[in-house]
Design a protein around this ligand. Structure first.
Ligand code: FAD
Ligand code: FES
Length: 303
């Protein structure tokens, strides 16, 4: 990373946030560059009706909710802050990216791994239950109409987060190639959805020994050499983010990365999710929940 000329202090960030808050509360979202409406939301809090909540592999669950207002307002890469238990346990909501947006049916889908208390409670939701949701939150991905093709590289949470990008790109006539990485083939649940959106998918797994950095470098280099790719998108792995950063910089390609960071409020108030970014002006401390979760690939400082 280059030398840093400016460091924006936490105090500066905090002051800027306090100035922004009233605007955030009253402002409607504008049309997103991805062609999707980000909505004229007056309230971000809403109750979704659970349509189904199915275990789809040993680790992952697929949750579908009826939430027409949220579905109309949501853009790829945005997330919702979900209350996982109605008895206050856990106290904090849990952030989940939207996996599928079906505006015509008023549905939002989430694909989540059960990890701890919150996601265990989420997995107990049944058809007909209510889901207390806040969102859509954050800034999502941007797709440019003049792009010919995009490359998506996803692992872990990224398998869900990049789902709506494939759908939006397909609607805009942008060709999508997706490299989906997981421990085993059974975990690559978004593959069929991405294919249904017209994406060309390639699966790499730890089991098969195809997901390591060296193998990925070769695979991505081959794709970039053989297809008209105008931008790279990634989510879910620091080492893949670092690899794509390097490969994008070598080729002068733009990219975007969706980040995952433990959150407190999800609304830009508590500063629990701050991390450093390499901006033109120098290192800046930004809130993943509010300034992201999607950031320019080149600005992400991997760790
Ligand atoms: C913007 C955003 C979008 C996300 N989208 C998805 C998604 O689409 N699907 C999905 O499965 N998960 C997603 N996550 C991660 C998800 O929020 C966490 O897995 C969840 O909060 C864990 O809650 P829990 O109570 O089950 O586990 P906890 O008991 O809170 O934690 C279990 C373990 O997971 C770790 N952990 C918790 N939260 C995070 C986090 N945010 N980042 C990294 N590690 C964490 C903890 O340190 C702990 O080791 C997203 C996170 C963010 C920030
Ligand atoms: S989670 Fe509170 S500021 Fe981001």
């Amino acid at each position: 990373m280059g030398a840093v000329s400016t460091v924006r202090s936490m105090n500066d960030v905090r002051k800027a946030a306090m100035r922004e808050l009233p605007e955030r509360e009253t402002r409607g979202f504008s049309e997103s560059a991805s062609g999707g409406m980000r909505g004229q939301s007056e309230s971000l809090a809403q109750i979704g009706g659970v349509l189904f909540n199915q275990q789809v592999s040993t680790r992952y669950w697929h949750l579908a909710v009826s939430a027409p207002t949220a579905a109309a307002a949501c853009a790829p890469g945005q997330f919702f802050y979900l209350r996982c238990g109605d008895d206050g346990e856990p106290l904090l909501r849990r952030p989940m990216s939207v996996y599928q947006i079906h505006r015509e049916r008023g549905e939002l889908h989430f694909l989540y791994a059960v990890k701890g208390v919150g996601t265990t409670r989420l997995a107990q939701l049944r058809t007909g239950d209510s889901l207390d949701m806040v969102g859509p939150l954050g800034h999502g991905f941007t797709l440019h109409p003049d792009w010919r093709g995009v490359l998506l590289v996803a692992r872990g949470v990224g398998l869900a987060t990049l789902g709506p990008v494939a759908a939006a790109a397909n609607r805009m006539g942008i060709r999508v190639t997706a490299v989906l990485s997981a421990q085993t083939e059974r975990d690559v649940l978004s593959e069929s959805y991405m294919r249904s959106c017209g994406a060309c998918t390639l699966v790499v797994t730890d089991d098969a020994g195809t997901s390591g950095v060296a193998a990925m470098r070769e695979l991505v280099a081959n794709i970039l050499a053989s297809e008209p790719i105008d931008a790279l998108f990634t989510c879910g792995s620091q080492r893949l983010t670092a690899l794509l950063q390097e490969m994008a910089a070598e080729r002068g390609l733009p990219g975007q990365a969706a980040l995952e960071e433990p959150m407190g409020c999800g609304l830009g108030v508590c500063y629990c999710c701050v991390r450093p970014f390499a901006r033109k002006e120098g290192i800046e401390q930004l809130r993943v929940c509010r300034d992201g979760p999607v950031f320019p690939l080149a600005e992400v400082i991997t760790r």
